[in-house]
Design a protein around this ligand. Structure first.
Ligand SMILES: [Zn+2]
Length: 109
């Protein structure tokens, strides 16, 4: 398992890797592995390379690039959510899914 750290820079600072692209690659993989390669929105399981990382709070609304604002998402959910509020988008798309909502809420807080 790749250690889960708050940002790619932390992989460099902790000497887990020496290069910036590798730090970013490890960081992205650690987040996906933490969620067992599931899309947090639809709950489906994917291969590592099939998952994207989604900013829960969109960058356009001041969302950060830190681990706590990033979740694995399948391409379809990522694209459909866009820059909408994650909770209203999820409720409108999937109805009330307490498990998925709780997963995201505890991650971002
Ligand atoms: Zn999905």
């Amino acid at each position: 398992m790749t250690p889960l750290l708050p940002s790619p820079d932390h992989y460099l600072q902790n000497l887990i890797t020496m290069t910036s692209p590798e730090a970013k690659r490890l960081w992205r993989r650690a987040i996906k592995e933490h969620f067992n390669c599931q899309c947090v929105y639809c709950g489906e399981t994917y291969e590592l390379h099939e998952l994207t990382l989604d900013h829960v709070r969109p960058k356009t609304y001041g969302g950060s690039d830190l681990t706590s604002n990033l979740v694995p998402s399948c391409r379809s959910c990522n694209q459909a959510k866009g820059s909408q509020n994650w909770l209203s988008w999820m409720r409108a798309t999937f109805g009330y899914k307490p498990q998925q909502e709780q997963l995201i809420t505890s991650w971002i807080n």
